[in-house]
Design a protein around this ligand. Structure first.
Ligand code: FAD
Length: 310
């Protein structure tokens, strides 16, 4: 059985999600890794280093969901598994691929039990469903945060392939949030803030702490809706799914929809005024008190420990 993984990349760099997807599917068969886009030589070189990749296929050309889906569907014939991470690109692209191949996609896979059995969360992460899709070929999206990354050190061959897919869609502009913090979905430490911060200015306390710890910044939907934090920091059912080694949740109650996004967190520290808050009960360590007193003290202590404040 063979596997075609479609790489995630942005701004000329391979996304860390790709190595996690490779690790997830490593037992299913030999893996070809497809890189689609423009100016992707460096991405292809990075892709070739991931352990477990047999070949890197490079399709140069403007990328758009419908054109990419046509290309992937055209390449899919020899593969039993066609796979991408369940990030925003994979979520957009892979259902189109599945439709073109007349297959049912299995989305958000968090565990592969065998070649035809997959686990995926349902009911906002409150239950896990085992799916056996009964198909000869499978289109999967993988929740990358549920898997560790494949190692490096490989030197897989890179092959250019013709990108014949055409699209009626044209990319006019891309508007992105500038950030010097790690990617939320793959960060090892995440500092999350809730609506208790009270304003966008106060939310800078979360940003200061995150920067000092080299952490990504998360937020609840309530904080995002209040305008304290940008949309793409939202963690939860309708935001990003995170699986850091450490999640520091500050002024966050722990609503089910927020918990749906943090189930992969290995250790949770909660800072909250309410000892009865659900997230406090779930946390490995809880600091009960006013966040406006605790965070400045934490920043001072981190300074003393040798981590310089920005
Ligand atoms: C369909 C749907 C989808 C949703 N999707 C998401 C999602 O993806 N992500 C998400 O986060 N939410 C989501 N929500 C919203 C969710 O239900 C909650 O409303 C939200 O998570 C609450 O955010 P919060 O913890 O910041 O606010 P609150 O629930 O208001 O909690 C604030 C917390 O701060 C504490 N606090 C207050 N002041 C201080 C202080 N000075 N110091 C320390 N602690 C203090 C309080 O004790 C409390 O625990 C969704 C809701 C719906 C209906």
């Amino acid at each position: 059985m063979s596997v075609l993984v479609v790489a995630d990349h942005d701004l000329g760099a391979l996304s860390p999600a790709t190595a996690r997807v490779i690790h997830a599917v490593s037992e299913l068969g030999p893996i070809d890794l497809l890189v689609i886009g423009q100016d992707i030589d460096a991405v292809a070189a990075e892709a070739a280093r991931i352990a477990g990749v047999t070949r890197v296929l490079v399709a140069n050309g403007a990328s758009s969901s419908d054109a990419d889906a046509s290309l992937i569907a055209a390449l899919a014939e020899p593969y039993h598994f066609i796979v991408q991470s369940a990030g925003s690109v994979g979520k957009d692209r892979m259902p189109r691929v599945a439709a073109k191949l007349d297959l049912m996609p299995v989305t958000d896979v968090v565990k592969i039990l065998g070649p035809t059995r997959f686990e995926r969360p349902i009911y906002a992460g409150n239950a896990v469903q085992t799916v056996s899709d009964g198909q000869a070929r499978h289109v999967l999206t993988i929740r990358a945060s549920a898997f560790r990354a494949a190692a490096g050190g490989n030197d897989a061959p890179i092959e250019l392939i013709e990108n014949t897919a055409a699209s009626v869609a044209r990319l006019i502009a891309a508007h992105r949030t500038e950030s010097d913090t790690p990617d939320l979905a793959t960060a090892q430490i995440v500092v999350g803030g809730g609506v208790a911060l009270g304003s966008a200015e106060n939310f800078q306390l979360i940003e200061q702490l995150a920067k000092k710890l080299g952490a990504a910044i998360g937020a609840t939907r309530a904080a995002v809706d209040a305008g304290y934090a940008p949309n793409d920091w939202q963690v939860g059912q309708t935001g990003k799914i995170i699986a850091p080694d450490l999640y520091i949740a500050i002024g966050i109650s722990g609503a089910l929809q927020h918990l749906a996004g943090i189930q992969g967190a290995k250790k949770i520290v909660a800072i909250n005024a309410d000892p009865e808050a659900p997230l406090v009960k779930l946390a490995d360590v809880a600091l009960i008190g006013d966040l406006f007193e605790i965070i400045p003290q934490l920043l001072v202590e981190l300074d003393k420990a040798g981590l310089k404040r920005d």
